[in-house]
Design a protein around this ligand. Structure first.
Ligand SMILES: Cc1cc2nc3c(=O)[nH]c(=O)nc-3n(C[C@H](O)[C@H](O)[C@H](O)COP(=O)(O)OP(=O)(O)OC[C@H]3O[C@@H](n4cnc5c(N)ncnc54)[C@H](O)[C@@H]3O)c2cc1C
Length: 381
């Protein structure tokens, strides 16, 4: 057990997920002294439980601004922290004409961010089965990282640059200029609270005001022995078109929604975003369902996994889910609210920052950079 601490820093950060790490990076870049606390003995939150898909090309509004900056920062961290990554873009598989129409409309809206692919090109880039894709698209700016590796390497990298990490240390109370932890008191000019959905534990009134809920997701990692081609990048489907804001308002989207929801009621009830990323060892991350509420039901239902596995077997041209070997199952949780981001200063010098949709790997580093830029001068200003 570490002894209680009593120290003074410029910036104290609560939470060592990608959002907290992004703030630490932005602060250390400005030559500030930084301490990051996390209640876990290592990071086990959303930032290691996700697909590792920086879904840059299909955002809009503020999310697009944060995503574009996040892309720059990921590529910088690839170099500085030695992160594994894929930068061939993301891929959307269209399995019906209306999905292809959405992709054509998206291309007309964002010609710089997407290129359309033939059915053959789509299958060759995504490993989908014969006759599955009628066409597709490459999302040019998307990146893939390995979240489990990235979080640890970024932590080591920041530590080597002088950021102090205190794990196994929870925030108890937060006041202007002062953070009381389970291991002592830290005096800090600025306190940044990046605790994801647990914002309501520390600032219940903010949780209420922003209507923050917990969104729980069922995830799997599988081996697909009969996979026809490696996945060149993250793979999205028609279900993803219903989710990302960059597709919102496209004329053909309503037809896709109606067809998918009426044809696949079980999938619709599970609120699935059918998507995939492939690990370096060839295994494939499969997801994901969404259940929202104040509390997370810890009991994952097998029917959700069956639905995901059936759909995966069908997409990749396998006879049945028995052709897939499940390597891992897990539950992820992220903050969910009507607005995409919660950025507030409930007390002078205390900043609460949470990505309140499931796009923290896409936007978190850029959002953090913006928050720190608004407190201090931008780097080089
Ligand atoms: C299954 C799943 C798949 C996803 N896929 C993607 C994807 O492909 N692309 C994408 O862009 N986004 C994705 N997301 C969303 C993304 O992972 C999150 O938005 C992001 O990781 C949130 O980062 P964070 O730092 O806020 O949270 P976390 O990583 O959860 O970190 C918060 C940290 O705060 C700590 N903490 C909490 N309370 C306290 C306290 N009182 N004192 C000290 N420490 C505390 C916790 O221990 C935790 O380590 C996915 C999320 C899930 C769950």
């Amino acid at each position: 057990m570490a002894k209680s601490v009593d120290q003074t820093v410029d910036v104290a950060i609560v939470g060592a997920g990608i959002v907290g790490l992004g703030h630490a990076l932005a602060a250390i870049d400005r030559g500030l002294s930084v301490v990051v606390i996390d209640r876990g003995s290592v990071q086990t939150g959303s930032s290691i439980r996700n697909f590792g898909h920086a879904c840059i090309s299909v955002q809009s509004g503020a999310a697009q601004v944060h995503a574009d900056r996040t892309r720059e920062l990921w590529l910088r961290l690839v170099e500085e922290a030695g992160l594994w990554h894929r930068a061939d873009g993301g891929f959307v598989v269209a399995r019906a004409e209306d999905e292809l129409d959405v992709l054509r409309e998206f291309r007309a809206r964002r010609p710089d961010r997407v290129e359309l692919l033939s059915a053959e090109e789509t299958a060759a880039s995504t490993g989908t089965g014969p006759g599955v894709a009628v066409g597709g698209a490459r999302l040019l700016d998307d990146l893939q990282v390995d979240p489990r590796e990235a979080v640890l390497r970024i932590t080591d990298h920041l530590r080597s640059r002088g950021v102090e990490f205190q794990f196994g240390t929870a925030a108890r109370t937060i006041r202007s200029g002062r953070l009381h932890t389970t291991r002592g008191r830290i005096a800090a000019d600025q306190v940044i609270v990046a605790v994801n959905y647990d914002v309501d534990h520390l600032f219940p009134e903010l949780g209420d005001r922003y209507q923050v809920e917990r969104c729980a997701l069922d995830m799997l990692r599988v081996e697909i022995p009969g996979l026809r081609a490696p996945l060149r990048g993250p793979v999205l489907t028609g279900w993803s078109m219903l989710r990302y804001s960059g597709f919102a308002g496209l004329p053909s989207l309503g037809r896709v929604r109606e067809r998918l929801h009426s044809g696949h009621p079980a999938f619709a009830a599970l609120d699935v975003n059918q998507m995939y990323t492939q690990w370096r060892d060839g295994s494939v991350i499969v997801g994901d369902t969404h259940h929202r509420g104040d509390a997370v039901d810890p009991f994952q239902r097998e029917n959700a996994f069956d639905e995901l596995l059936d759909a995966t077997a069908s997409l990749f041209g396998q006879e049945s889910r028995r052709d897939l070997r499940v390597v891992e199952r897990w539950q992820g949780v992220y903050a969910s609210a009507p607005e995409e981001f919660l950025v507030d200063e409930p007390l002078d010098g205390v900043h609460v920052v949470s990505v309140t949709t499931g796009i923290g790997m896409t936007t978190g580093l850029g959002l953090a950079d913006r928050v720190v830029s608004e407190i201090y001068e931008p780097v080089g200003a």
